[in-house]
Design a protein around this ligand. Structure first.
Ligand SMILES: Cc1ncc(COP(=O)(O)O)c(C=O)c1O
Length: 366
């Protein structure tokens, strides 16, 4: 067991036990495990947090992406523009609809480079999917302007960015559709798989509500075949409680990130700045260094667990061979994949632990 683990969900349980147990008990006692008020309450609360008209509670961020793309009308042979440095699910959602992911390289801060989007647009482009990686939002004003100029809908992969804002507008509000994950490792996390979708469109909300429940328009009638993508009532109840705690979670993560920035000497390390218009929620805290592997091994030898998000760009995954990309297709993404290292930043870390990690990083380079 490392001295400082990368995640500590057991600490979350200890901190929340008193509040969570009665909530869980109430759901179990109610016998209402699928659908019902608890789901609706979560949806109202999450839509309010994202400043959208609707939230549709789903079983995962991946299905939020699949349902979102479907609701935008994406189908076989359509193209969807997205970055190649995300978690595999962003691209998988496109592939599951037999559409084609068209990758666009990223900026030093790991988010999609708006200057490269327009060259990737063709007559078959049916959506643009930026990913707000690490909890930092993409340059949504520029991306939105491109989408509007070409009349292409935006679907935000907001899986890592619940609560994040850009120019004071929340993630999930910038696109026609916002897709969130509430996986246990996210800032707003369920005790299992969960996700949700946000939109201002009556039609999209309605379509996704049908799609998450087999496409049933009433108990016995299906107009269009759907999926089983519902959020469990148990997860919705937990998420409703945790949504009330989210500001505190984000504050602690931001405090940890600020401490890192102050303490880590940055001669050999690049840490992307937070620009003025960004409200970064630090799902992860990623540094970039040429000596990434050596630093990772050194930190582990000191009892500090780190992670890499993500070591293999999606276009270089065996599953993506058929798309015809190769090494060199996306130089920024590929270089970053060898240099990125995620330091622990979760809300249960004490400032002394951040100081300890920063000190070991500095010692390694000294
Ligand atoms: C960027 C990104 N997209 C999509 C997903 C998929 O979310 P989920 O694991 O809830 O299906 C994740 C989460 O792991 C993610 O980080």
């Amino acid at each position: 067991m490392p001295k400082i683990p990368y995640v500590n969900l057991a600490a979350q349980w200890t901190a929340e036990r008193q509040e969570l147990l009665p909530i869980v008990e109430q759901v179990l006692a109610s016998g209402q495990y699928i659908g019902g008020n608890i789901i609706q309450e979560f949806e109202v609360q999450a839509a309010k947090a994202c400043q959208t008209k609707y939230c549709v509670a789903l079983n995962s961020g991946t299905d939020a992406l699949v349902c979102g793309l479907l609701a935008l009308g994406v189908q076989a042979d359509d193209e969807v523009i997205t970055p190649p440095n995300s978690f595999i699910a962003s691209t998988a959602a496109i592939v599951h609809l037999r559409a084609k992911p068209i990758f666009v390289d990223v900026l030093p801060d790991q988010n999609i480079d708006p200057a490269k989007i327009e060259a990737a647009i063709t007559s078959r482009t049916k959506a643009i999917m930026p990913v707000h990686l690490t909890g930092r939002m993409g340059r949504m004003d520029e991306i939105r302007a491109i989408a509007e100029r070409h009349d292409i809908p935006l679907i935000e992969d907001a899986a890592q960015s619940m609560g994040s804002r850009y120019q004071d507008i929340p993630s999930g509000k910038w696109g026609e559709v916002g897709c969130f994950s509430a996986h246990p490792l996210k800032n707003l996390n369920a005790c299992g798989d969960a996700g949700f979708l946000t939109t201002d469109s009556d039609e999209i909300a309605q379509r996704v509500r049908l799609m998450r429940n087999h496409g049933l328009i009433d108990r016995n009638t299906v107009e269009r075949f759907g999926y089983v993508s519902r959020m469990d009532a148990l997860q919705a109840a937990i998420l409703s409680y945790r949504l009330t705690e989210l500001d505190g979670v984000i504050e602690k993560r931001q405090r940890n990130a600020t401490l890192y920035r102050e303490l880590i000497h940055q001669e050999h390390i690049f840490i992307p700045e937070d620009r003025g218009q960004e409200f970064n929620t630090y799902h992860t805290f990623v540094i970039q260094t040429r000596q990434r592997d050596e630093l990772k091994a050194y930190l582990l030898s000191q009892g500090i667990e780190t992670a890499i998000h993500y070591p293999i760009p999606i276009h270089l995954q065996p599953a993506a061979n058929y798309l015809g990309y190769s090494r060199g297709s996306f130089p920024v993404t590929e270089e970053q994949a060898t240099q990125i290292l995620t330091l622990p930043v979760h809300q249960y870390l004490e400032p002394q632990e951040i100081e300890c990690i920063a000190q070991h990083v500095n010692t390694f380079f000294a």
